[in-house]
Design a protein around this ligand. Structure first.
Ligand code: F6P
Length: 346
């Protein structure tokens, strides 16, 4: 029997509660552990704040979006931050034997540093962006894709009615997974992703060719992290600032694209930024199941001393992989997937 800490860090994501519920249910029921949930990510560890988690207190949350523990982008390793010592003190204050942080590159990056310092951790990979290496999918991604696809379907009918170009901006900081999946599912006429810097002239020529061949509307899906090729800086006027991990705040490329496309082609153009709608609300069945499988595997790994690892999906199997593997580089879009989507452009 051990006392296990849980926290959720970084942006929230559909399926977080499914993971928490699964860790506690198996951990209490099968292994006889006790659980403490730190609130608001690493802020809860550093500030000694949280709640005891029991089978009772984690009932009825499987289908709920967000996280019952709250989340934040607090970074213990920021300049002048408390670092390993601060985290260790926070864990000791609550008598934690093993910590299960649920998060993306930043939260698991902190977990990796703690593991190197000898603190027992087991990570669970979370991000709607699906850009974490070491796992085929993160939970939350499929829900975000469905939300984006539903939005594209709706925008399709209004674009068609008005003979407009509609630019749909989806999340995806380093990688275009959401754009490629939702664009493919929604029949996009162009998909712009961070992995392939775009040329605005080429995008406009493509739209002109499509309209010349009789189509009277177009749907362009763009990742928030997509960038124009050299010489075409469309970023002016976009939201600025960085978070505690040094990431630029993204969002707004669609504003510039709307203006550029309309000016260059003469086609009436509108844009929609889906933003945090993609992260909110109930997880779909896939993410509930994946989150549950990850939670069960994480508490088993914590119990078996399989520390310094992250649970991961490989094919259809849930396995554990070294945290270092997940943190090396972001997992970029599979070129084959993009090429498949491209068949349907135009
Ligand atoms: O990391 C996931 C993500 O959804 C990114 O795609 C996006 O840039 C970021 O979170 C925005 O998060 P927030 O506005 O909560 O800081």
């Amino acid at each position: 029997m051990a006392r296990i800490g849980i926290l959720t860090g970084g942006g929230d994501c559909p399926g977080l509660n499914a993971v928490i519920r699964a860790i506690v249910r198996k951990g209490v029921g099968v292994h006889g552990h006790e659980f403490f949930g730190f609130t608001y990510g690493w802020a809860g560890v550093l500030g000694n704040e949280g709640v005891e988690l029991t089978t009772e207190s984690t009932r009825g949350i499987l289908h709920r979006g967000g996280t019952i523990l709250g989340t934040s982008r607090t970074n213990p390793f920021k300049e002048d931050g408390p670092g390993v010592d601060g985290v260790r003190a926070g864990l000791e204050a609550r008598g934690i034997d093993v910590l299960i942080p649920i998060g993306g590159e930043d939260t698991l990056g902190v977990a990796g540093k703690l593991a190197e310092a000898g603190i027992p951790v087991v990570g669970v990979p979370k991000t709607i962006d699906n850009d974490l290496a070491g796992t085929d999918f993160t939970f939350g991604f499929q829900t975000a894709v469905q939300i984006a696809t539903d939005a594209i379907d709706r925008l399709h009918t209004t674009a068609e009615s008005h003979n407009r170009v509609i630019v749909v901006e989806v999340m995806g900081r380093h990688a275009g997974w959401i754009a490629a999946y939702s664009g493919l599912a929604g029949g996009a006429d162009a998909i712009l992703v961070p992995e392939r810097p775009f040329d605005i002239d080429e995008v406009c020529s493509h739209l002109r060719r499509r309209h010349d061949s009789g189509r009277r509307f177009s749907i362009v899906v763009v990742s928030e992290g997509a960038t124009p090729r050299d010489g075409h800086d469309l970023s002016a006027g976009l939201s600025q600032g960085t978070d505690a991990f040094g990431h630029a705040r993204l969002g707004g490329i669609a504003v510039a694209l709307e203006r550029e496309i309309e000016e260059r082609t003469g086609f009436e153009t509108r844009m929609t930024i889906l933003g945090h709608v993609q992260r909110g609300g109930t997880p779909n069945a896939y993410d509930r199941v994946l989150g549950t499988r990850f939670g069960v595997a994480a508490v088993d790994a914590a119990t078996n001393g399989d520390h310094g690892k992250m649970v991961a999906l490989r094919g259809t199997e849930v396995v554990t992989v070294p945290l270092s593997e997940a943190l090396a580089e972001p997992k970029l879009l599979d070129p084959e997937l993009y090429e498949t989507a491209e068949v349907f452009f135009g």
